[in-house]
Design a protein around this ligand. Sequence first.
Ligand code: NDP
Length: 331
Amino acid sequence: MEIFKPIDLNMESQTTDIENIEKVKCLIIGSGPAGYTAAIYASRANLHPVLYTGLQMGGQLTTTTEVDNYPGYPDGITGPAMMEDFKKQAERFGADIRFGIATSVDFSGKPLKVTIDEKRIIIAEAVIIATGATAKYLGIEAETKYTGMGVSACATCDGFFYRGKDVAVVGGGDTAAEEATYLAGLCRKVYLIVRRDVLRASKAMQQRVMNTHNIEILWEHQPVDLFGENGVEGVMLVKKKGTPQEEIVKIMIDGFFLAIGHTPNSDVFKKYLETDQVGYIKTIPGTTRTNVEGVFAAGDVQDPHYRQAVTAAGSGCMAAIDAERYLSELK
Ligand code: NDP
């Protein structure tokens, strides 16, 4: 479908189209720490930003429990409460926050065009992309078969359903360690399925896992299939894959949680923006500028290294400042 046919804004016959077109100075896409911080700074710089939240308002942090490492919260805070604070702060300065997702873009010329929910066209002088990243799945067939029936990529969203039951978490990073300890507080037993013989998680998170009595780490195990009649009842694992000791192990569980990393949400921009092999949007080092003038990227969608709330917020601030400078140079 050709969404961006040239539109003459003076023609009366195009009233329907015109109703769905809006001109803005600064459009922000995404509502995690990067998006909201960009909105705070852009509002204060009089850019009158319009922010579209995406499907998951508040971003990935709304699916975490305690955030203990964000400066300014000495006693910690829950992810959803922190994101609500970000949103309120952006609204306090006049940011126009709306629910909707960017379904296509046209960055081939100026002004920049972004289609929201396949129907509303936003014509923007500057665009800040802060669409974050999405949880990865293993790619085994059973994950799809049991979606909503025992498979989840968000312990804090779905853990409640497994109170008193046995579950498994796949992964060895901070997310897996965090999800396993969270689930250990709800469930009878948590298996942490780790493909290597070490955890990638930070030492502090590793310590928490080791000190939790009902977490059992299955080192060098990889899930290959799930089974169960009306939902997940167990998982088949390969132990020590590719070695002479390789064997198939079966464990009985009610819930299967993925925590194996994330994929940047950049697909919709890839036609125009340079990305790395994984899909992270490339920015000019030390800035949030992309290869398209007037388009800036902040947060996890452009950060394969740090991926922290505080670094995302920092880059959101940078994006708003970069956008403000770009717009004033245009004048
Ligand atoms: P990571 O990329 O850090 O870790 C992914 C984990 O999943 C690794 O252990 C990896 O194994 C494993 N894995 C990947 N693919 C597979 C597969 N196909 N089968 C089995 N295992 C697999 O992602 P995280 O989401 O854990 O963390 C992302 C970033 O966010 C990190 O920088 C982390 O520090 C940060 N974070 C910080 C938190 C905090 O500070 N409170 C909380 C959560 C995340 P392998 O190690 O073998 O590669």
